[in-house]
Write a protein that binds this ligand. Structure first.
Ligand code: HEC
Length: 397
């Protein structure tokens, strides 16, 4: 019953997290688009302090949007802020991190073959990394490095690369991926909370008090713009990480950290194409290069034929494979799992019968032969030999 209710709680929080994330990234995409499509307003609007004009049609109505150089002469009674989308995405994401990785099945977080640490140590490393990276980032953005956008971008990439590699040494592939995602999400929400919102508040205060925004307000605004640019480049990688937990071929790969770094780089680079295009600079070579890098990546990380399609397949008997699966898989992958953490067969995959095993041959090979993603946590120590035997049996069926 506990596991069952736990599943429901996880489902609710995940659902909410996705909705909040859609609202956050959706609003962020919309405002980037808006900014990039503003046109010069007619003279009478300029007199009002309006610097950009945009007309749009949506949902059966025509909208007129005006962006002020600084602000209107008088603040409207109601001004909409966009911050709860960001905060609720982060809060629900942290709740999920706890539910799934810290309180859930330890196999999600820890891979004893990589580092045999306790869940407590894993939690300390995970949360410690989130806090440390945020502090470093906040330090850097207040340093002279913030004056050089390109150098900052490179330093940020190097930091994330180090975090990615480091976490891969102590966590399971999936645990490492999700923590890189949480690190990026934390930087993004800190950008909103510690930079963008305070800068907006300073601007609103200046307008309210009827003063011209001074140097301090202008400086805050310039930093807020840099933070917002970082968030813009980080959106695609962070969404990739959110969905990556469905793809053991990536995080279960022995060089999963390098794959994540490559995909992060390629997606941020592809985002650059759209950012340039919004500024009327069209550089399709960026998209072509991104696509070419993706093809190279797919080719480089393809499973090697020696593990997945060995020809020596007749040797493994049904008895041997039954024993392997009974020992290493069936505690979880059965109609009613005996493992206390699971209420029903994980991922809907039952392996308590050889015909079922054969029917899942492709995914089983990927999860337990080509990668070491399964058995989750590998508590009974499945050996290389057993993996090879399982692969050979699968080839023959
Ligand atoms: C401790 C419990 C546990 C054990 C033992 C276990 N699994 Fe899993 N398995 C899971 C969970 C949980 C998932 C769902 C993971 C996810 O959501 O990515 C899963 C998912 C899978 C998947 C689907 C992967 C995908 O692509 O989404 C396959 C295939 C699989 N397991 C095969 C195996 C095999 C083969 C074994 C034995 C060698 C095994 N599992 C042992 C818990 C377990």
């Amino acid at each position: 019953m506990e596991a069952y209710l736990g599943e429901w709680l996880g489902l609710m929080v995940r659902w909410f997290h996705v909705i909040a994330g859609v609202a956050w990234i959706g609003a962020s995409f919309y405002f980037v688009w808006l900014d990039n499509h503003l046109r010069e307003p007619p003279e009478w609007k300029k007199q009002e302090g309006i610097k950009g004009d945009l007309w749009a049609i949506h949902g059966g109505g025509i909208y007129e949007v005006a962006k002020y150089q600084l602000g209107p002469r008088e603040m409207p009674r109601e001004l909409h802020w966009f911050k709860w989308e960001a905060y609720s995405t982060w809060l629900s994401g942290m709740a999920l991190l706890f539910l799934v990785y810290y309180l859930g099945s330890p196999g999600y977080l820890i891979d004893p073959s990589r580092a045999d640490i306790s869940v407590g140590a894993g939690v300390a490393i995970g949360l410690g990394t989130l806090a440390a990276v945020m502090v470093v980032y906040e330090g850097l953005i207040r340093s002279p490095l913030a004056n050089n956008g390109k150098a900052f971008g490179l330093v940020l990439f190097a930091i994330l690369l180090l975090v990615d590699w480091g976490l891969f040494q102590v966590f399971s592939g999936r645990g490492a991926y999700i923590h890189v995602g949480a690190v990026i999400g934390t930087i993004m929400v800190a950008n909103v909370f510690l930079g963008i919102i305070p800068s907006q508040r300073a601007l609103v205060n200046a307008v309210n008090e009827g003063r011209e925004p001074d140097e301090r307000v202008a400086k805050l605004a310039a930093l807020a713009k840099l933070r917002s640019t970082h968030n813009n480049y980080l959106t695609l990688p962070v969404i990739f990480i959110m969905i990556s937990n469905h793809y053991p071929m990536l995080y279960g790969h022995p060089h999963g950290w390098a794959i994540l770094a490559a995909i992060g780089f390629i997606t941020a680079f592809a985002r650059h194409y759209f950012n340039l295009r919004h500024r009327d600079i069209n550089r399709p070579s960026i998209l072509v290069a991104s696509a070419a890098m993706t093809v190279v990546l797919i080719w480089v990380i393809a499973p090697t034929p020696s593990t997945s399609a060995s020809t020596d397949s007749a040797a493994v008997s049904d008895e041997i494979v039954t024993e392997i699966v009974e020992t290493h898989c069936v505690a979880c992958h059965a109609e009613s799992p005996s493992h206390p953490g699971f209420q029903s067969a994980p991922a809907g995959i039952r392996l308590d019968d050889l015909s079922l095993l054969a029917s899942h041959s492709g995914t089983v090979r990927q999860a337990a032969v080509d990668t070491h993603y399964m058995p989750l946590g590998n508590s009974k120590g499945m050996t290389e030999e057993e993996r090879t035997q399982l692969g050979q049996w699968l080839n023959a069926h």
